[in-house]
Design a protein around this ligand. Structure first.
Ligand SMILES: [Fe+2]
Ligand SMILES: [Fe+2]
Length: 325
């Protein structure tokens, strides 16, 4: 695509050339730099969606904190869910540098006008689901996010560096849960396999629609936000998880999964995009529950925001008093 002209920044005629040159030279754009509106809009949409996914993603796993099979598992899961809250906060902060407030983004989420990843609209039915979320869902997230550490927008790229380090812990944590279950009793093995069967296809959908149908991909690629296409990332992910599934002794529920010598990649089956579209439209198994929980949590936290505002106002008043001779 061609990067669109933008005429709103009239103060200095040279800003657009500077911006394009920086993108071409693979330099980082910072909040102080002039940028085209479609660059800013694309980033706000993507970072907000990413932040929302981190905090909505806490729900399916939090479902198992009180029922984790041991104190150690409980402590690990608590720490992991807390990491996800932290990811949400870094990302909201990164988006705020583009001029959209966190309160605004949360309102858009609560009104259903900004999205979060559809994967979190599936339920966590057994303890093995916690393992599979770590292995496949955090695994897909890493595949997606490692290239974002080199994204053209500085604050987003820097947030991703720390997030990716934590995500790789999450993935190993999930793999280890499954490793133990897969070598446990026949019932535990079966539970692990059942969870893999339910999450495999939704995890492939996490990379978004096929390249030919992806609405925002072109702009993101042209601006150096996205470095690989949805289909390239999905292939990378499949190539990564096949040997890992073999190491676990678990089967991926895909009859067409086979090594393709010529391509040097695994071939895999056709994704049921009608399911993806249904979940995206709000008709997944947990869409309504997730948003209701999120809205309720936001309402329950109103007193904290109010107290923080009062505290900030008191402090500002005290500072002013101290400053007056
Ligand atoms: Fe995360
Ligand atoms: Fe994670």
């Amino acid at each position: 695509m061609t990067i669109t002209e933008d005429t709103q920044h009239t103060g200095d005629g040279g800003w657009r050339e500077r911006f394009d040159a920086m993108i071409a030279a693979d330099e980082r754009i910072e909040p102080r730099d002039d940028m085209p509106d479609d660059y800013r809009d694309t980033l706000v949409r993507q970072i907000a969606q990413h932040a929302h996914s981190e905090i909505i993603g806490m729900q399916p796993e939090a479902n198992w904190i009180t029922r984790a099979p041991s104190l150690k598992r409980k402590a690990v899961l608590l720490a992991k869910v807390q990491d996800e809250a932290g990811h949400g906060l870094y990302l909201y902060s990164a988006a705020e540098t583009l001029g959209t407030s966190r309160a605004e983004m949360l309102d858009l989420l609560h009104e259903g006008r900004q999205k979060y990843s559809s994967i979190f609209n599936y339920p966590t039915l057994t303890w093995a689901d916690v393992g599979v979320i770590g292995w496949l869902v955090d695994g897909a997230a890493i595949t997606n996010q490692v290239p974002l550490c080199r994204c053209s927008y500085g604050p987003y790229a820097r947030a991703m560096v720390r997030i990716c380090k934590e995500e790789s812990f999450h993935q190993r944590q999930g793999f280890e849960i499954l490793h133990v279950l897969a070598r446990g009793t026949p019932a535990q093995r079966e539970m692990a396999q059942d969870a893999v069967n339910r999450w495999y296809w939704p995890s492939l959908m996490m990379f978004g629609p096929p390249d030919a149908e992806s609405a925002h991909s072109d702009t993101s690629m042209a601006y150096g936000i996205k470095r690989f296409s949805n289909d390239e990332l999905r292939q990378k992910f499949v190539d990564m998880i096949v040997p890992q599934a073999e190491a676990l002794g678990l089967t991926l529920p895909d009859a067409d999964l086979v090594w393709n010598e010529r391509r040097g990649h695994y071939d895999f089956g056709e994704i049921d995009w009608s399911e993806f579209k249904q979940v995206l439209k709000g008709n997944g198994p947990c869409n309504r529950q997730r948003l209701e929980r999120r809205r309720a949590a936001h309402a329950d936290g109103a007193w904290v925001r109010e107290a923080a505002r009062a505290h900030a106002a008191n402090r500002a008043a005290r500072t002013r008093e101290e400053a007056t001779p």
